[in-house]
Write a protein that binds this ligand. Structure first.
Ligand code: ADP
Ligand code: MG
Ligand code: ZN
Length: 560
């Protein structure tokens, strides 16, 4: 059966160039590509998208495992619009988050797709209108919360009526890991989704998730009662990408220029910057150094952005300095290098952004410039973000900590680390020295040191002088035993903790401070002074755990 499917898919891919419609596909292949181009304004499919689309149109159950940002939505949004083939009627999508549904529906409505959502949160008026359209079979795609699908007798009656009229095209369970208690966000109402296969066995079900855990997958297939589903799994490993973390020094822009000239003088690349201003500054600086670069950010007018994108896409300008807004919906296959000039906010984001490199399958490099200062300022930015709830802040900080751990880990294979994050097990041998850590493996030995005593001294030091408003830098200097003007003037050379870390390397001392900051044993806070925000440090909420020995501070150090 799957052979038949593969034949059709391969035929579909070929027909793209030859315009010959493969037998058995009843013209819908053409419609698929037209919809991709005209409605979604996309040029080509990503791995497994076409496979999922064809499978569901052929009424097969389907399980799609794809990384976050991989393009799962298209796998069900596009077939919902296909009227040829065997597919007709309304596509019902179960999605766990109302905000997510809302975004997707808005996006679809903007593209003139007949889409709607029914949730407990929308106004009764809005719901009534959508329910009426849904009942009359006038929606191509309708998003339901699992609670509605599970508990609303009215919704279930409508689904039954559509089914009787042969107008229930398919059921989609997005973020399907929510039905597994092994997953990271279990939603009891998802368990009720077995209802669809029990009531309407002939209606195809598509389950999608980014959680690759085997137990979760078994739970999903079992609970949804999928019938020998077409299993589409994309490994998150990008074998042709080289990953490297570089220490960000003062002259890093010069270093990048040297790198481009040496490694990729004629190739296309993206330099990701953290702000609009940074995009322009870095681009200017590189141009002064003799390169020809452009920039792209959300502060530019639509025309300017279009022009910048066009120059880059047509190869007239090889290197673009951009914020992460760049690249959404851009598919340039021959990007040879992606450089992050600032620490990313999450590993998902980093994975997605580096994923813009090497779409053609050829060797490409991903470099991230990292330093504590950047991590700290991003941390501060999150703390100060007024749009975030306390919970949201914790969430962002936790994600940042994972990025920091990734950057700080100079031992383990980069692939293994990232894939572990996506629940994919990976043997470092398969990396074939295609990341900095694997490449340097023989030259570096790593030792884990217990730094708890140093950490205790640092916290005691900070506590003893924090009322005087001191910076992290100042405390580092006191800890290392320096005696410059500022220290003697404040009398901190007589502090009992002055010089407690004088046998440590400068960078090692910095790393301990940094670690304490990222674990919230120390925190930075802002004070406005003469129109400028100054950062000062004080003991944080986890300081006492370190002081009373309940929390050990262990840090990996590499020695050449
Ligand atoms: P997921 O649900 O897997 O996390 P989404 O469906 O939200 O991912 O898609 C992530 C991004 O990828 C979106 O901006 C989407 O427009 C884009 N995208 C999806 N498919 C394609 C494609 N074939 N070509 C280019 N961009 C795509
Ligand atoms: Mg999604
Ligand atoms: Zn590796």
């Amino acid at each position: 059966e799957d052979d038949e499917l593969m034949q059709i898919i391969n035929g579909a891919k070929e027909s793209r160039s030859s315009r010959v419609v493969p037998p058995g596909s009843e013209l819908f292949i053409d419609e698929i590509y037209t919809t991709l181009n005209r409605t979604f304004k996309l040029q080509s499919f990503r791995p497994n998208q076409l496979e999922a689309i064809v499978a569901t149109i052929l009424k097969k159950d389907c399980f799609v495992l794809m990384p976050t940002g991989g393009g799962k939505s298209l796998c069900y949004q596009l077939p919902a619009l296909i009227k040829g083939g065997k597919s007709q009627g309304t596509t019902v999508v179960i999605s766990p988050l109302i905000s997510l549904m809302h975004d997707q529906v808005q996006h679809l409505v903007k593209m003139d797709v007949k889409a709607g959502m029914i949730s407990s949160r929308a106004s009764t008026e809005d719901n009534k209108h959508t329910v009426n359209l849904f009942r009359d079979g006038l929606l191509d795609i309708v998003y339901l919360s699992p609670e509605k699908a599970n508990k609303s007798a009215m919704i279930q009656r409508i689904i039954g009526k559509l089914y009787d009229q042969n107008k229930l095209a398919r059921v989609v369970i997005d973020e399907a890991h929510c039905l597994s208690s092994w997953g990271h966000d279990f939603r009891p109402d998802y368990k009720g989704m077995s209802f669809f296969k029990e009531q309407y066995p002939a209606v195809p079900v598509m389950a999608l998730t980014a959680t690759a855990n085997e137990k979760v997958r078994m739970d999903i297939i079992h609970n949804l009662k999928l019938k020998s589903p077409v299993f589409l799994k994309q490994s998150f490993n990008r074998t042709n990408l080289f990953y490297e973390i570089k220490w960000k020094k003062k002259d890093y822009v010069e270093e990048i220029k040297e790198y481009i000239v040496r490694r990729f003088p004629k190739s296309t690349g993206i330099l990701f910057c953290h702000s609009k201003q940074a995009c322009e500054d870095v681009s200017d600086k590189l141009n002064q150094l003799g390169l020809s670069t452009g920039y792209y950010h959300a502060g530019m007018s639509t025309e300017e952005r279009f022009a910048a994108q066009h120059l880059w896409q047509t190869g007239k300008i090889k290197v673009v300095c951009a914020t992460i807004a760049f690249g959404m919906g851009i598919d340039k296959a021959d990007v040879r290098f992606v450089i992050h000039l600032f620490i990313p906010r999450s590993l998902e984001g980093y994975y997605q952004e580096t994923g813009r490199a090497g779409r053609d399958g050829n060797f490409s490099e991903c470099i991230l410039y990292y330093c504590y200062k950047d991590a700290r300022s991003l941390q501060n930015l999150i703390h100060r973000d007024e749009n975030l709830t306390e919970e949201g802040k914790e969430n962002h900080l936790a994600k940042l900590r994972q990025v920091v751990q990734y950057c700080e880990n100079t031992t383990d294979c980069r692939r293994q680390q990232v894939l572990h994050y996506f629940n994919e097990s990976f043997s470092p041998a398969e990396c074939r020295k295609n990341c900095d850590n694997c490449k340097n493996y023989n030259h570096v030995t790593v030792v884990e040191k217990d730094c708890t005593e140093y950490a205790q001294d640092i916290i005691k030091l900070v506590k003893s002088i924090q009322s005087e408003k001191v910076t992290v830098l100042h405390c580092q200097d006191v800890f290392r035993g320096l005696k410059h003007n500022k220290i003697t003037k404040m009398g901190h050379n007589n502090n009992p903790y002055h010089g407690k870390g004088k046998t440590l390397d400068k960078t090692d001392a910095e790393r301990i401070f940094f670690y304490l900051l990222s674990e919230e044993c120390l925190v930075e806070y802002q004070v406005m002074k003469a129109g400028f925000a100054s950062n000062y440090v004080r003991a944080g909420k986890h300081a006492s755990k370190v002081l009373n020995g309940r929390k050990k501070i262990k840090i990996q150090f590499s020695s050449a």
